[in-house]
Design a protein around this ligand. Structure first.
Ligand code: FNR
Length: 343
């Protein structure tokens, strides 16, 4: 059995049941989470033969940061449940793999601690009703060395989870969430998600931080175009791991429309959701993504193997991608194109 496929069961042995459930679950009826991986596996390749694939190069850049493989780690909450050092351990694993880490604004680790690890990292932000609270967090992220802001745009309200047991929020100890927000300063309502955001927020975030802004949660070409026109440096095709609108289209199937809308715009295109194999990454890159993000696999790897587990996960997926590129007959990332897929 592939090591990656053993991770979730091994993590389940170590995690409290509500935490394991929280990591794995989708929203509502679980339709989107359930079909994400199968959607990637539904693509069929049209491989080239008789091309020289003796040297495969997986190196690229993400918003100017060099990365060894086009595989990055998505922002996820509650990493201190996976490893006592939480986001710092995740960052160490990502640094050793020479990749980039997305860090949740819910992080239980201060951005100063995280920055000290030395991994390139992007702050994921939920803009909350009180803009001052958002700005303070952004300031801390800039001080901690964040290189970009990921604006999560698919969460005007939080997706409904149907728990058949105590919810994770009933069992986790204090101090594992929101280490970068002085919660006591604000009334509860202040920290609720802003549900009145428009593309103007992209310019506001860019100006206030001086960092490039990547919009996460885009599933339509017309929205991607609105983001690009408003100054987004990047777009992440994502349905939040099936945790927001249940029944939202699979990212594997949303990607072509978004890629077409962004062609020639200079806005970098990324994708996440259900990506578990080298062949899935190959399909994503062929469809126009510059790199992919993985969410749950990184949580399982961190739980099971700490930072070394995260490094191995990225390394193993990179090896699978390299192998698949040899078999599809294309040795360079730049030459991967939609024509490799039977559509
Ligand atoms: C997430 N995700 C997420 N996204 C975000 O923008 N901010 C967040 O705080 C979180 N938190 C979070 C917690 C957990 C437990 C999961 C599983 C996911 C979504 C995440 O960034 C990403 O979009 C998906 O996880 C990608 O799908 P896969 O790789 O998990 O299938």
């Amino acid at each position: 059995m592939r090591w990656i496929d053993t991770l979730e069961a091994a993590a389940a042995e170590k995690l409290p049941e509500p935490v394991h459930r929280y990591f794995r679950q989708g929203s509502a009826g679980g339709v989107s989470v359930g079909e994400a991986t199968a959607a990637w596996s539904s693509y069929r390749f049209r491989p080239h033969v008789l091309t020289d694939v003796s040297t495969v190069d997986l190196r690229t850049t993400a918003l100017g940061t060099p990365i060894d493989v086009p595989i990055m780690v998505a922002p996820t909450t509650l990493q201190r449940q996976a490893d006592p050092d939480g986001e710092s351990a995740m960052a160490a694993g990502v640094a050793a793999a020479h990749s980039v880490l997305g860090v949740s604004s819910n992080a239980g680790t201060t951005f100063a601690e995280l920055g000290a690890v030395g991994a390139p990292w992007w702050l994921q932000i939920y803009v909350v009703k009180n803009r001052d609270a958002t700005l303070r967090m952004l300031d801390k992220a800039v001080e901690g060395g964040a290189r970009a802001v990921i604006l999560t745009a698919d969460t005007p309200v939080v997706g409904r989870k149907e728990d058949d047991g105590p919810s994770v929020w009933e069992v986790i100890p204090d101090g594992q969430l929101l280490a970068n927000l002085d919660e006591n300063k604000y009334a509860d309502g202040d920290l609720g998600k802003a549900d009145d955001l428009t593309p103007d927020v992209i310019g506001w975030l860019t100006e206030r931080t001086g960092l490039p802004v990547v919009v996460k949660g885009v599933l339509r070409g017309d929205d991607a175009k609105r983001c690009a026109d408003a100054g987004a440096a990047g777009v992440i095709v994502s349905n939040h791991g099936g945790r927001q609108l249940d029944g939202a289209i699979s990212t594997a199937h949303a990607l072509p429309d978004v890629a077409e809308a962004l062609a020639g715009s200079g806005t970098e295109l990324y994708v996440d959701g259900g990506i578990r194999r080298g062949e899935h990454i190959l399909a994503a890159l062929a469809l126009g993504a510059r790199a992919v993000f993985v969410g749950r696999p990184a949580l399982w790897a961190l739980t099971v193997g700490g930072s070394a587990g995260v490094t191995r996960l990225i390394g193993d997926l990179g090896e699978e991608l390299e192998h698949a590129m040899r078999l599809v007959g294309v040795p360079n990332l730049a030459d991967l194109s939609p024509d490799l897929l039977d559509r």
